[in-house]
Design a protein around this ligand. Structure first.
Ligand code: CA
Length: 218
């Protein structure tokens, strides 16, 4: 997920990068000219757009973008909170509008919503009990709090949650470990299941003797 942040204010730009870099790859630019150069050179999943920029108005840039039939989601972030400004921004083709100052959590939630909408009909969120997986953000949540997992644990859990509460065989899970380029030892799967249980709680992964494992809806 690659985000373009167009914001000329140094403090806000720095804060945005710091906030978003935990979850996304972020490119920050401070002018429309620089935005245009980056936009032409890379594929972005979402743009955060300030309106008052040193070399022009963000709305003008957005209008040109939409005129070229570019559908990249754009979230306007601006101090202009008047109704006319908001309506103009949305009419020009912004997907959402956030007025400064705003709460970091609200910005993150709106970005998640836009990215989910962009993914269209794909099933973006899978749940087993309190455990959920956001396929757009490629992150797991436990009771809505994000969980950080090592790559192999992540792969295993992603395979399991796609089966819901149905058991997944040892063979299939072991293939996930081979699949990411590791030489598997005989107890490798158990080691990673053990790590997952430490993060998720012991009872969330049930051992099916002689077959494999399944998730429990707790
Ligand atoms: Ca500005």
């Amino acid at each position: 997920m690659y985000l373009l942040v167009i914001e000329d204010d140094l403090n806000l730009g720095n804060a945005l990068v710091k906030l978003l870099a935990k979850d996304y790859r972020v490119q920050w630019v401070r002018s429309l000219e620089s935005a245009q150069a980056h936009f032409g050179a890379a594929e972005f999943e979402l743009v955060l757009l300030d309106l008052g920029l040193p070399d022009g108005d963000g709305v003008t840039w957005l209008r040109a973008l939409r005129a070229r039939n570019c559908k990249t989601p754009v979230l306007i972030i601006t101090a202009r909170g008047g109704l006319d400004d908001r309506v103009a921004g949305l009419d020009t083709g912004a997907d959402d509008y956030l007025v400064k100052p705003f709460e970091p959590e609200e910005l993150r939630a709106r970005i998640r919503a836009l990215l989910r909408r962009k993914s269209g009909g794909a099933q973006p969120r899978m749940n087993v009990g309190a455990l959920s997986f956001d396929a757009v953000l490629r992150r797991f949540f436990l009771a809505d709090a994000p969980i950080d997992l090592a790559p192999k644990e992540y792969q295993l859990l992603a395979t399991m949650i796609q089966s819901g509460e149905r058991p997944v065989s040892r063979e299939r899970l072991t293939q996930q470990l081979y699949g990411i380029g590791d030489v598997a030892e005989s107890n490798t799967l158990e080691v990673h299941i053990h790590s997952l249980r430490k993060v998720l709680g012991k009872h969330r992964i049930v051992t099916i003797r002689g077959f494999g494992y399944r998730l429990a809806a707790l």
